[in-house]
Design a protein around this ligand. Structure first.
Ligand code: 26Q
Length: 831
């Protein structure tokens, strides 16, 4: 790939000096027709939603591009410090509605379309989700970008342009089936390819020590197989502020040298197919939300991201400052989204030393001053480790640097704990034949943060306890959030309007203003309208459930929802045990003062996670029995929603009454779905885990259905945990377990769910599901009773929305900036 350039003696404004594009319906309509007719070449017989969506997307994209260039100019002219958010995942979802909202042209666009006889909602649905993430961590990155653009912070996202995003989940015969998500097949109007900025990334080969012309010891990486990384830029608009930040995604591509060697050896076909190996690197997102250890391709992805991004930043620096790196750490920061990109610590050292000839100490000072690490999990099975052998084979030079980082680190450990060999083993970055990526990230960063108060405390006193003793100042908490632009203003227009009527729309950029709603908590007329809006949103949700599950959700019931990745620690199983208990009560006729309930469960299981898939089967099997039992009627409905994704949550959160946040205490780092539900007026039933604790603090304990053991109770019970005694002593639980064991939900497949029962009965059940059953059922009964009083319920609902101000990523980003990044907000001059 080779780009010819022309010499320009000076900039040529006559090329770029064009009047700004109109944001009114007339201008939008005119541009729309031009794109539809001239660019896309469609005619009046075209009925494809895709082309209609695409024409509108191009209209909006033009408006973004204008602002994008101005933003880059403003950052450049002010020589601002920038932060680079390095993440293997950005779960962006759809871009169109969000861009229209942030540019402030939603109403005019709707008008323009109306004039053309088109319906906005239909066009919207023509856009595929950009599903470049698994779940919470990836969506958090997307919310962060939205908030940074809105706060006018110079933050660039760096990620990978996966050809296949998160798989599409089908449910067939009550089982998850995965289908590839080829989201780019119809092109992507939201990306701008920048082939002129490609970077070369090395793999394999060996490191060679030599002396340079001045006799200084140097190292170079030789005999490697190189791969191009080509950047694709995606615009990230701020909310009505003229700022458009950048998400830069790398695509891998073969180099010509890559196949030339074999080509010359006479094997043309082999040479061309070798290209695959290089181009495969960014082909597919790994669909596990706990690390899949040891996969070489995954390590290639991680290194490609780290190396290409750092070369981009360092290259930019050298173009402006030459080889003088003294000011580099004052102008650049890197935030590591979990350990996934943490090889960046070694890569920055390599670039500074091998390519730019800095000494170790200077390079290390720059590295530790610029790197910051966010941890998202405490689960030991999710901690990333890479075998030293694989690392050496794929990344010989970075490994050598990690070994030297570790050698120097262990000298400090020895100085802190003299004579303590055990401590050196414990804190070593390399141990048991593995590189421990979390330790590399902690040692190489000046900041380490957790994502909720409880989680950070558990990091400080558990997982990273000894590191905390060495460097207490490094550790800090940054409670997660979500962007209220997408998760309230965009997805819940009816509630937004109702809110604006009373407190104005300042909350869109200052979420704490929602507190003003509290003043209306006893306004009966307002609460009645609050309920009407909820009913309307439940209607939309019921329509989705009908479409995708074929099940009718009666609108007068309590909508009880758990949507998130399927994982044992999240305890979808506890939810379904409760459903079975309700079914059992109905069958026994124990239905006095009954509250009708619709239970919705959705989420993807990692394709290789057998138990998670079995849980999906159980949900589907229970749904099948309950929904077809004539004794049940409207009292209880159960549905498993296939293919949970960002655009589905935009319909689900507004229509939910009760949000299930029921993980075993100490296991969910934060949760962010919990915040989206709260913002949209759902009440939470939850344990004291992750951000639930802070949600309850904000909402007040009387507006939250609490149950379950605390984290410390969980840990003290663990050694003596006796689930079989608990089951024997609890008649309801014994009946529920009995129903599953007796194949009530799989009459034709004996023992199908035995493994699930065994996991509940196992004294070593890490998630201690049986321990929390009784208090969960009691809390559910409280919720059901509370729902019988519509006024009291809507009052609690309003208080939840009013109390959700803390959970904006605007607040989260403000804290990252104040404590870690120290960026100067930079407005875009209106030219
Ligand atoms: C690692 C190596 C190889 C393959 C896959 C992975 C991998 C990928 C994704 C490991 C973990 C993830 C995702 C983790 C995640 O989403 N964690 C969630 O992060 C949220 C944002 O902070 C929290 O709210 C959730 O509590 C946490 O579970």
């Amino acid at each position: 790939m080779f780009h010819k350039t022309v010499k320009l003696s000076s900039p040529r404004p006559e090329l770029t000096d064009v009047p700004p594009l109109g944001l009114d319906a007339v201008a939008l309509s005119e541009d729309y027709r031009r794109y539809f007719n001239h660019t896309l070449g469609r005619d009046e017989f075209c009925t494809s939603v895709h082309y209609m969506y695409e024409a509108l997307a191009m209209v909006v994209r033009d408006r973004l591009l204008e602002r994008w260039k101005k933003t880059n100019a403003a950052y450049h002219n002010n020589d601002v410090k920038r932060v680079y958010y390095l993440s293997l995942e950005f779960l962006m979802g759809r871009a169109l509605s969000n861009a229209m909202l942030n540019l402030g042209l939603s109403d005019e666009a709707e008008k323009a379309l109306e004039g053309l006889g088109l319906v906005m909602e239909e066009l919207r649905d023509g856009e595929p989700d950009a599903g470049l993430g698994n779940g919470g961590l990836g969506r958090l990155a997307a919310c962060f970008l939205d908030s940074c653009a809105t706060l006018q912070l110079p933050v660039v996202g760096y990620g990978l342009r996966y050809e296949y995003g998160m798989f599409r989940q089908l449910v067939a015969g009550g089982k998850q089936v995965e289908e590839p998500d080829h989201w780019l097949v119809n092109g992507n109007p939201w990306e701008l390819e920048r082939p002129e900025l490609q970077r070369l990334v090395q793999f394999g080969g060996r490191s060679e020590h030599y002396q340079d012309a001045r006799g200084v010891d140097r190292v170079r990486w030789v005999d490697s197989e190189d791969v191009w990384a080509i950047p694709y830029d995606v615009p990230v608009p701020g909310y009505r502020n003229e700022t458009v930040n950048t998400l830069r995604l790398w695509k891998s591509s073969a180099t010509d040298e890559f196949n030339l060697r074999e080509f010359n050896a006479g094997s043309y076909t082999e040479a061309v197919s070798e290209k695959n190996a290089a181009e495969n690197i960014t082909l597919v997102l790994y669909p596990n939300d706990a690390s899949e250890n040891g996969k070489e391709l995954r390590l290639r992805q991680q290194y490609l991201l780290a190396s290409a991004s750092l070369q981009d930043v360092v290259g930019h620096w050298v173009r402006a400052h030459g080889e003088d790196f003294t000011g580099f750490a004052d102008k650049n920061g890197f935030q590591l989204n979990d350990t996934h990109p943490s090889v960046a610590v070694a890569e920055l050292m390599r670039l500074l030393m091998d390519e730019h000839l800095l000494g170790w100490d200077a390079a290390w000072a720059i590295t530790t001053r610029t790197m910051a690490y966010t941890n998202h999990t405490l689960l030991p099975e999710a901690l990333e480790r890479w075998s030293v052998d694989l690392f050496r084979h794929l990344l010989p030079r970075p490994l050598e640097i990690i070994e030297e980082i570790n050698r120097r680190h262990l000298l400090k450990v020895a100085a802190r704990w003299p004579g303590n060999v055990e401590m050196r083993h414990k804190l070593s970055i390399i141990g048991d034949g593995d590189v421990r990526m979390a330790y590399l990230a902690v040692v190489g960063s000046h900041s380490v943060n957790g994502v909720a108060e409880l989680h950070t405390n558990l990091l400080k006193h558990g997982l990273f306890g000894d590191f905390h003793a060495m460097w207490p100042e490094r550790f800090n908490n940054k409670t997660n959030g979500v962007t209220q632009r997408r998760w309230l203003a965009m997805c819940n227009p009816a509630l937004s309007d109702l809110i604006n009527e009373r407190i104005g729309s300042g909350w869109v950029t200052e979420l704490s203003e929602l507190a003003g709603l509290r003043a209306y908590r006893d306004d009966k007329a307002y609460l009645a309208r609050w309920r009407e809006v909820k009913q309307l949103n439940k209607q939309r949700l019921a329509k989705l459930v009908k479409q995708d599950c074929g099940i009718d959700f009666p609108l007068e019931s309590l909508f009880d929802v758990q949507v998130k990745r399927i994982h044992e620690y999240k305890r979808q199983l506890l939810n379904i045990l409760h459903v079975i208990h309700l079914y059992d009560r109905i069958k026994r006729g124990d239905t006095a003062a009954w509250t009708n309930r619709c239970v919705l469960i959705g989420g993807k299981a990692a394709p290789g996670y057998w138990m998670a898939k079995r849980i999906i089967k159980l949900v589907c099997a229970v749904a099948e029995v309950v929904n077809h039992d004539l004794d049940v009627g409207d009292k209880l409905k159960v549905a498993f929603l296939p293919n949970y994704r960002v655009s589905a949550m935009e319909i689900i959160a507004p229509g939910t009454d009760l949000s299930e946040q029921i993980s075993t205490a100490g296991k969910e780092a934060s949760g962010t779905g919990n915040m989206k539900f709260m913002m949209n007026g759902a009440l939470t039933i939850g344990t004291l885990d992750g951000a639930n604790i802070e949600i309850r603090e904000e909402a007040g304990e009387e507006n939250f259905f609490l149950f379950g053991l605390t984290e410390s109770e969980v840990e003290s019970l663990r050694p003596n945990y006796d689930p079989n005694a608990i089951i024997a002593a609890d008649e309801d639980l014994a009946r529920v377990v009995g129903l599953i064991e007796n194949d009530q939900f799989c009459p034709d497949r004996e023992g199908r769910f035995q493994a699930i029962v065994d996991s509940v009965r196992n004294p070593h059940d890490p998630w201690m599901t049986a321990a929390d059953f009784r208090s969960y059922v009691n809390a559910q009964r409280e919720a059901a009773n509370a729902y019988q009083d519509p006024v009291a319920w809507s009052r609690m609902s309003l208080i939840n929305t009013a109390s959700s101000g803390k959970f904006s990523t605007d607040r989260t980003m403000h804290e990252y900036n104040a404590d870690i990044w120290k960026l100067v907000p930079t407005a875009v001059g209106k030219a």
